[in-house]
Structure formats: C-alpha cells, structure tokens
Design a protein around this ligand. Structure first.
Ligand SMILES: Cc1cc2nc3c(=O)[nH]c(=O)nc-3n(C[C@H](O)[C@H](O)[C@H](O)COP(=O)(O)OP(=O)(O)OC[C@H]3O[C@@H](n4cnc5c(N)ncnc54)[C@H](O)[C@@H]3O)c2cc1C
Length: 449
C-alpha cells in the first residue's frame, strides 16, 4: 500500500515542507498480538485521530491502527488552509440533498469547524505555526458578485462568519487591482498540517487512546457481538470499528467496495525558500488567498519563515523540479502582480484528495457496528476534525444517528473510478490551465461592499 519513499517520488511524505518544519513525533508501534477495545479505528489522519481523541476524552476504550505514521495520508501533506465551506455545494444545496434538518445540522458542523480547529490546538497546547488570520476567496469577475453575496449570507445565517468585500477592500486585502470582489472567511486560517496530525495523535494518546503505527489493517471479520480486526501487527477485538482511510489507498480486503466509493484525485503543492518581502507583496494583509476558479484554482499562503506555499492541480509528470511545477502558479501570480521577481521554489509534493459522489462529509454504515467516514473533497482540516467528534457523539449515544450531525449515507459507487483521476491529471487540469483567462485586466466595473 505504501508508495516508495525515494526522493524522486512526489507522493513520498518526506518531500513535503511540513516534514521539515513539524515537531518530531515518536512513533508508538510494534507487535501487540491480541488486543481488545470498545472502538477500533483504522487510519491516523484527522478523521481517525479526532475520533480517537474525542472518544478517549469521553472515557471510551479506543485503539487506533495506522499503516505508517499519523498524517501519512492527506492530513500530513495538504495545503494548510482550513476553510469552512464545501467544495462545490452551497448550504442550501446540502439542505435540499439531505432534507432540512439533517442538512442544517451538517451546515452547522461545517461552520463551527472553523472554531473547533484552533480550540483543539490551544486546549491541547499543540506546538505549531497556526494563524486564524481569515482566508480571502477572491474573484476577478464582477458578474459573480451576486452569487458571492448570497453565499456569504447563506453561511452567516447558519453560524458562519463570512464577509462580502467589494472591489476597494478586496484590492486592499489582496494587493492587486485585478480583484473585483471577495469573500473573507473570518474564522478560517492556516496551520502546519503534519504538526496538527501529530498533535492530535499525542493528545489522543494522553487521553488514553492506544495508537499502533506501522500496523496496516488487513481484514475485518464478525466475531461474537463485535468484530475482529486483523492487522500486520496484531489483532483487535472491538464492538465498533471506524474505517478512516479515505484519501489514501483504500483497501478492499478490509471491506469490499470501499475503494469504489470515491475518486482519489492527485493534487500538488509547491513551497519556496523564505521570501518574506515577496510574501508581503502578494498578501499585504497577511491573509492567505484562494480564487474561485474551479478549473485552475490558485491558493497561496505563507509559513512562519516567509516561505510561499501554493497548491495547484497536478502536473502531468512526476518527474519535475518544483520550479517547473510552479510555472503555472507564477503565470497567474504575474497577472495579479505584473513584473514579479523569480520565485525560488524548492519543494514539490503530491497527495490524493478523496471525492465521493455526494461531495459532502458523511458516515457510511457498512454493517452494524462498522462505519466508514470521509467525503471532505479537499476541505478536510476542519471538516474531518469535526466529523471525528461527531462519530464520538454517535458512539456516546449508543449508535443513535440523531446524536451526530454527520449524515448516515449508504456505501455508493462512483462511476469510472480509475478513469476520472487520469482524465483529471492528463486532460482536465491542463485544459483548465490553458484556458484560464482570469486576472488579465482590472475589473470592468467596481463592486460595492
Ligand atoms: C495536496 C492536498 C492538499 C490539500 N489541501 C487542503 C487544504 O488546504 N485544506 C483542507 O482543509 N484540506 C486539504 N486537503 C484535504 C485534507 O488533507 C483531507 O481531506 C484530510 O486530510 C482527510 O483526512 P482523513 O483522516 O480522512 O484521511 P487521511 O489523512 O488520508 O488519513 C488516512 C490514513 O489512513 C491510513 N491508512 C490507509 N489504509 C490503511 C490501512 N489499511 N490500515 C491502517 N491505516 C491505513 C493512511 O496511512 C492515512 O494516514 C488537501 C489534500 C491534499 C492531498
């Protein structure tokens, strides 16, 4: 399951900036032969770790098995911004999809996740560069202002804190005369993603959860009134099992059909050497910036040392230097800030974003006592943290779905599971880059606040 960890493999966890800047983590592991727990969790990303932390804080007996180390999947290598929204659904879409009550519950969970992340980091005294600076989602298209205003109002009516910004303010915050309007997600922010995964693991251990690293789960069998989880390091008997492996190689020997439940789309991140002066020019209000262009999205943030970090759709080839991968990011940044100096990009790494058919966070009941969790569609820092806590609430309520704000959905299958990621990388992403005309000139008309 684990990919090679050579330095040439962009999927190797060691390539990410966060490996270099996160505090070290002492892996708990080794063979344990036979163990028992009330809840066994498979996967040490934010979903599994947050579930383990909240269950253990609730006094539950929890064991978590992780194939490699905490954060080895998407959680330790992502682009670092927590942003309380869905990839491509409005709160009203979600209420329509799930029904009013369940939809409102999930929307409230997402809105609240922006406050939950910093609260957990502070409460457990996690050591990391975390800034609740807000995140600006900007646009160069005055015609999209109406939809943006509606989205801000929709989130604000559901517990969010989103401010619509007109042309004058978005240009001040974003430092470029090419922006037309924006949404300021006031409670959003950035953190060191791997430090956060490790911090959750440490906090869960302190709360009493048992973490077994280097212990890939292989099979799950019914046993008495619970389940027997076979792993490479030992077996665990448990009443409840949570499979939290989404975004990583799903394992059909663990549960048939699990890997067909989502697309795993490759996503790239590049980071520069420290460039504090450039960072001040690109983000003059020290607020990270995302743009709303779905075909060729731009995301920029900076770490504590002034390194510029950008995420982007994947390059066609694995075999590229960071500078070559960042060429398209630079092209877009140059439209926003004509005459930018060369940027000393030094790191490029990749991971997989898991996209389910519904593209909303959900629990899937695979059998009585067995659930899979996921569906964050690239917005998992806040959502997976919140989802893990909702699972703990479900267990505390004896399995009553009404106690959890996560919807309980059946295991579904996405069409063309293997073809879509290939098409995305080799056709759709290059097409999106080639046809992206955004920010070529200042907006034709100013938009009021
Ligand atoms: C490049 C990239 C950029 C992203 N940027 C952002 C961003 O800026 N903001 C944001 O909010 N989200 C972002 N995301 C998404 C976010 O990282 C994910 O949604 C989130 O980390 C998912 O957490 P998870 O716990 O569900 O899965 P993961 O973090 O993938 O964890 C799954 C874990 O399961 C383990 N595992 C797998 N199989 C087994 C097995 N059989 N036995 C034991 N363990 C197993 C894996 O080793 C892994 O550690 C990004 C993702 C990527 C890839």
């Amino acid at each position: 399951m684990a990919r090679s960890s050579t330095n040439l493999d962009p999927m190797a966890l060691g390539r990410s900036l966060w490996q270099r800047t996160a505090p070290p983590f002492e892996r708990a592991g080794g063979h344990f032969h036979e163990a028992a727990a009330e809840v066994a969790i498979v996967g040490g990303g934010y979903s599994g770790l947050s579930a383990a932390l909240h269950l253990a804080m609730d006094g539950r007996d929890v064991a978590l098995v992780e194939a490699e180390e905490p954060g080895a999947g998407a959680s330790g290598r992502n682009a670092a911004g927590w942003l309380p929204q869905y990839l491509d659904r409005t709160p009203a879409d979600v209420e329509k999809l799930l029904g009013g009550e369940r939809g409102r519950a999930l929307n409230a969970m997402i809105a609240e996740s922006a406050r939950l992340v910093p609260k957990i980091v502070r409460r457990h005294r996690m050591q990391m560069d975390m800034r609740q600076s807000g995140i600006l989602v900007a646009s160069g298209e005055p015609a999209q202002a109406g939809a943006a205003r509606e989205l801000a109002a929709a989130w604000n009516a559901r517990g969010g804190a989103v401010r619509f910004t007109g042309t004058a303010e978005v240009q001040r915050l974003g430092g470029s005369d090419r922006f037309a309007h924006g949404l300021m997600f006031e409670e959003a922010g950035t953190l060191n993603p791997l430090a956060y995964a490790r911090g959750l693991a440490h906090a869960a251990s302190l709360a009493g959860a048992r973490l077994h690293c280097g212990a890939p789960a292989l099979h799950l069998h019914p046993a008495g009134d619970g389940w027997r989880l076979e792993t490479a390091a030992g077996r665990i008997r448990a009443r409840h099992v949570l499979i939290a492996t989404e975004g990583h190689e799903a394992n059909d020997s663990l549960w048939p059909g699990l890997s067909r439940a989502c697309y795993r789309l490759p996503m790239a991140v590049v980071a520069s050497e420290p460039v504090p002066a450039l960072v001040s020019r690109l983000m003059p209000a020290a607020v990270p910036i995302a743009d709303g262009n779905k075909a060729n999205p731009l995301w920029i943030m900076a770490d504590a040392e002034g390194r510029l970090v950008a995420s982007l759709p994947p390059p066609r080839s694995d075999d590229l230097a960071a500078g070559a991968v960042a060429r398209h990011v630079e092209a877009k940044l140059n439209r926003l800030h004509p005459g930018l100096p060369a940027i000393p990009w030094s790191r490029f790494w990749m991971g997989h974003v898991a996209l389910s058919a519904e593209r909303i966070p959900a629990l899937r009941e695979l059998a009585p006592g067995v659930h899979a969790i996921g569906g964050y569609s690239g917005q998992g820092i806040g959502a997976a943290t919140a989802a893990g806590r909702e699972y703990a609430r479900l267990i505390a309520a004896g399995g009553d779905p009404a106690a959890s704000r996560l919807p309980l959905l059946p295991l579904s299958t996405v069409p063309m599971r293997r073809a879509v990621p290939w098409l995305y990388r080799h056709v759709l992403a290059p097409l999106g880059r080639a046809t992206d005309r955004s920010y070529r000139r200042p907006p034709a008309a100013a938009v009021e606040d």
